[in-house]
Design a protein around this ligand. Structure first.
Ligand code: ARG
Ligand code: ZN
Ligand code: CA
Length: 619
């Protein structure tokens, strides 16, 4: 995908480059990476034995990450703000597993382009190329030295793992050591430093290798010559690039982004499992080669106009209903009939796989709450932004404060507050409602002691109470922590309840502040007149031996649910260990590292919790 980063110019003017200029660049890439460039005939005979052909083909994306048709050109206005900065990447990037992101932009300071290597972070991966050197003449005529599109050829080489032919220089007196000299690829001769211009002789030689000295390969795409003097890759370079495409970038080869596929309109219905009536405003998610998330109409019907043939997991849900996985793997094409998906009423449950209408507000400059798959950040060896949602729920998303990834100070909460609000919920028919959720808080770094808080409150429409105030000194920060709140201990239940999570960072102090929320649910723990589900006793398991000195066994085979979470806490409530379990397993837990004393082990499944006490003995 080519992201054209412009400042509001008309298409074809300045940075808002024409489609023809973009197509000319794709053509150059396809020539250079398929050995079809006409100047390949200029490769000197002394390099003909190492000349490589990557046979890599490029296409402009045919589908965007939502599965909608696109021409692979994404024009983005930077709002007349002048030059490009990398801070534009996280907000514009398309999933790098399926797309090579190429940002074309006005770069300040004369850089032609730059790239990320394999292994770089998911929100900044791709190449950036100045619009004046993207594509080839006559579409690009800013500088005759760089008007053949070789800047992109070079930068994509980096993206596929290649270094400059001069990267390691001649490596001192040891230029014959091809693991340190040059680009550390043995069939590209090392070069002492970058070569420039376009008038070097083919027997230029800046490094002396033994036993066989070779001329510089200044015509290699990974040197710095003018475009007209770059025209080859070596076989060793091809091996490196194909190696990257079979490992860390393997998903690019199976990307659905360029496939010609059939699009059709697909419809179905979501019904209330109790009444069989259509459920309006329910959400349906088809998760597969692409994701289709759709809302039902006033009578529970849904239609996706651009549905893509393929295999999908199908989920449905709504605030006030239990989310359901209707199918784990369903092949759908235009002959597939519409599914009717029942969803169970009487639950407030959200694991954030779909959008059930939580809202956000705040005045912080970065780090607003967002729903997404968390991208971990690390501070002092510990996670600050979580690297994953709670395992065991549907999907991989949660709510997070800023999800830009990169270093921990990027996209955390800065200079203000960020607030997350649940949709309203009605607890008037509940006898003994409990609210449970997982929360995460990180508050570290910056000047002075971190002094920020994550405040979780509950409102009934007339009053609002704190459920938890978590600060930097909380014993269980920087991990997922399960909370189960007996609502009546805090507030009188009403028909207009709202759950609110707020965190903030004071201006100027620069502390890291990250919070997250996952698997929100409300359950009635006592039988109630309207049949709202209560916590059943099936969250059952056994532990032995108790007391335990070295190994404690957790047998979850009697649990009804397929998977659950195990938490080990000490007497103060500090969470010491957390793991995911599957039904039908017996877990061995090494408790020898716990000092002698009393501990709790809690099993949490979608349908309830159970806590047991165990004792460890001194060995
Ligand atoms: N990153 C290099 C630069 O900005 C790109 C060199 C590309 N060379 C070229 N002839 N197009 O200087
Ligand atoms: Zn380079
Ligand atoms: Ca040499």
């Amino acid at each position: 995908v080519v992201h054209v980063m412009h400042n509001g110019e008309a298409i074809g003017t300045g940075p808002n480059i024409s489609e023809a200029q973009i197509l000319s660049q794709i053509e150059v890439l396809n020539q250079d990476y398929m050995g079809l460039n006409t100047d390949i005939s200029s490769v000197p005979s002394h390099f003909s034995n190492v000349l490589g052909n990557p046979q890599i083909e490029f296409c402009l994306a045919q589908f965007d990450p939502e599965g909608n048709p696109t021409n692979g050109i994404n024009r983005v206005s930077m709002g007349g703000s002048g030059f490009w900065t990398d801070s534009r990447k996280p907000g514009t990037i398309w999933n790098r597993s399926n797309y090579l992101n190429m940002w074309v932009a006005p770069i300040q300071g004369g850089t032609l382009g730059y790239a990320t290597f394999p292994g770089s972070s998911a929100n900044s991966d791709g190449v950036v190329i100045d619009y004046r050197y993207f594509g080839k003449k006559p579409h690009n005529s800013h500088n005759s030295k760089f008007d053949l599109g070789r800047t992109a050829t070079h930068e994509v080489g980096h993206w596929l793992g290649l270094e400059h032919t001069f990267q390691g220089g001649c490596s001192g007196t040891n230029a014959n050591n091809c693991s340190t000299a040059g680009d550390r690829i043995c069939d590209t001769p090392p070069t002492s430093s970058a070569n420039y211009g376009c008038s070097l002789t083919i027997n230029r030689n800046t490094c002396t290798e033994t036993p066989v000295d070779q001329f510089d390969m200044w015509m290699n795409y990974m040197d710095y010559m003018d475009d007209a003097c770059l025209f080859m890759f070596t076989k060793g370079q091809v091996d490196v690039m194909l190696g990257v495409l079979s490992t860390s970038r393997a998903s690019i080869l199976s990307s659905p982004a360029c496939e010609a596929v059939n699009l059709f309109s697909y419809s179905g219905k979501v019904v209330d499992a109790k009444t069989n009536e259509g459920v309006p405003n329910a959400r349906v998610l088809f998760q597969g080669v692409v994701a289709h998330e759709i809302t039902t109409d006033g009578i529970g019907n849904f239609t996706s106009m651009n549905f893509r043939e393929g295999t999908y997991s199908i989920y449905a849900g709504k605030w006030g209903y239990m989310t359901t996985e209707f199918s784990a793997s369903a092949f759908i094409d235009e002959t597939t009939g519409g599914y009717t998906i029942p969803i169970e009423p009487g639950y407030y449950y959200d694991d954030f796989i779909m959008d059930f209408g939580w809202t956000v507000s705040g005045n912080a400059t970065t780090g607003m709450w967002e729903r997404g798959i968390p991208i971990g950040t690390v501070y002092n060896g510990l996670p600050c932004n979580p690297g994953a949602d709670m395992p065991g729920d549907f999907g991989s998303a949660c709510y997070i404060t800023g999800n830009g990834g990169g270093s921990a100070g990027n996209d955390d909460v800065d200079d203000g507050e960020v607030i997350l609000y649940s949709p309203l919920f009605d607890l008037t028919t509940y006898n003994e409602p409990y609210i449970s959720y997982f929360r995460w808080f990180c508050n570290d770094g910056g000047q002075g002691n971190p002094d920020d808080e994550l405040i979780i409150t509950l409102s009934n429409g007339t009053e609002i109470v704190d459920l938890e105030v978590i600060d930097a000194n909380a014993p269980d920060n920087q991990q997922w922590v399960f909370k189960n709140i007996r609502v009546k201990e805090f507030i009188t239940p009403s028909a207009t309840m709202q759950f609110i999570a707020k965190t903030s960072d004071l201006p100027g102090t620069g502390h890291l502040v990250e919070a997250a929320l996952d698997v929100f649910s409300v359950i009635d723990s006592l039988p109630n007149p309207v049949g709202i589900p209560t916590i059943p006793e099936q969250a059952e398991f056994s532990i032995y031996p108790n007391p335990a000195s070295s190994l404690l066994y957790l047998d979850v085979r009697v649990a009804d649910e397929l998977s659950g979470q195990i938490f080990i806490t000490d007497l103060s409530g500090k969470q010491l260990h957390h793991l995911t379990v599957e039904k039908n397993e017996v877990i061995q837990l090494d408790v020898s590292k716990y000092s002698a004393g009393v501990y709790f082990v809690k099993l949490l499944t979608r349908s309830g919790t159970k806590t047991k006490k165990f004792i460890t003995l001194q060995q």
